[in-house]
Ligand binder design. Structure first.
Ligand code: HEM
Length: 187
């Protein structure tokens, strides 16, 4: 878990809606005019960062080591607390890492899974094959929890994910600013 659990439902709903606005702004034309998708995303990003700053200062006030939350924010805070000043992450770096993971890791993965479930629902023969391959793998390991090593052997599941991503491109384009001139195919 990145930051959690959250008790305040209103705060959580605001965060979810802000994450959606930032995600949509990433694929919008970068026009900083009020009411554009891009501008709404920038405002939402600022609200998320403010909420995270507030969360960090509350955790520090309560005493970092007394707070037994087991989430990624706490891990980064504790690590930077123990590192030497030159190695420690700044608060802004911690915030950037959390925001990158919220945006890059969550919406993409959730959307990919949703499409994969839809395609498997449309192709029940493939769904059956995937289920039997996965059940086989689990029974070979006496139904013990699978690890990263097992993940690397899941060829059929890997191909299923890849094919779903090919069918439903989640990040169809991504704006980049070229910092220096470069040649593409001789031009
Ligand atoms: C199905 C799931 C995912 C898809 C389709 C996806 C897709 C992408 C794409 C298209 C890019 C931009 C590449 C580029 O042109 O530079 C990207 C960048 C990135 N992704 Fe993912 N991603 C997924 C999951 C994740 C997850 C789970 C994480 C982290 C936990 C992650 C972290 C990142 C990061 C850190 C970047 C670089 C951002 C930057 O350049 O600022 N992604 N991803």
């Amino acid at each position: 878990m990145l930051i959690g659990p959250r008790d305040d439902t209103r705060e959580l709903e605001q965060l979810q809606s802000d994450v959606m606005d930032v995600t949509q702004a990433m694929l919008a034309l970068p026009i900083r005019l009020p009411r554009t998708r891009f501008y709404r995303g920038l405002q939402a990003r600022k609200r998320i960062m403010d909420a995270l700053r507030q969360e960090i200062s509350t955790r520090r006030e309560n005493g970092l080591k007394l707070d037994h939350r087991d989430d990624f924010l706490q891990t980064l805070l504790l690590k930077s607390h123990m590192d030497s000043p030159e190695e420690a992450l700044t608060d802004e770096q911690i915030l950037d890492n959390i925001l990158t993971l919220i945006i890059a890791g969550q919406v993409t993965t959730a959307t990919a899974i949703t499409w994969m479930v839809k395609y498997l629902g449309d192709n029940t023969d493939l769904q059956e094959k995937l289920r039997s391959v996965q059940l086989d793998l689990a029974s070979k390991h006496n139904d013990a929890p699978l690890t990263l090593q097992h993940l690397n052997t899941m060829d059929y599941a890997y191909k299923t994910v890849k094919e779903s991503l090919r069918m439903a491109t989640i990040v169809s384009w991504f704006p980049r600013v070229a910092l220096k001139d470069c040649q593409v195919a001789g031009n």
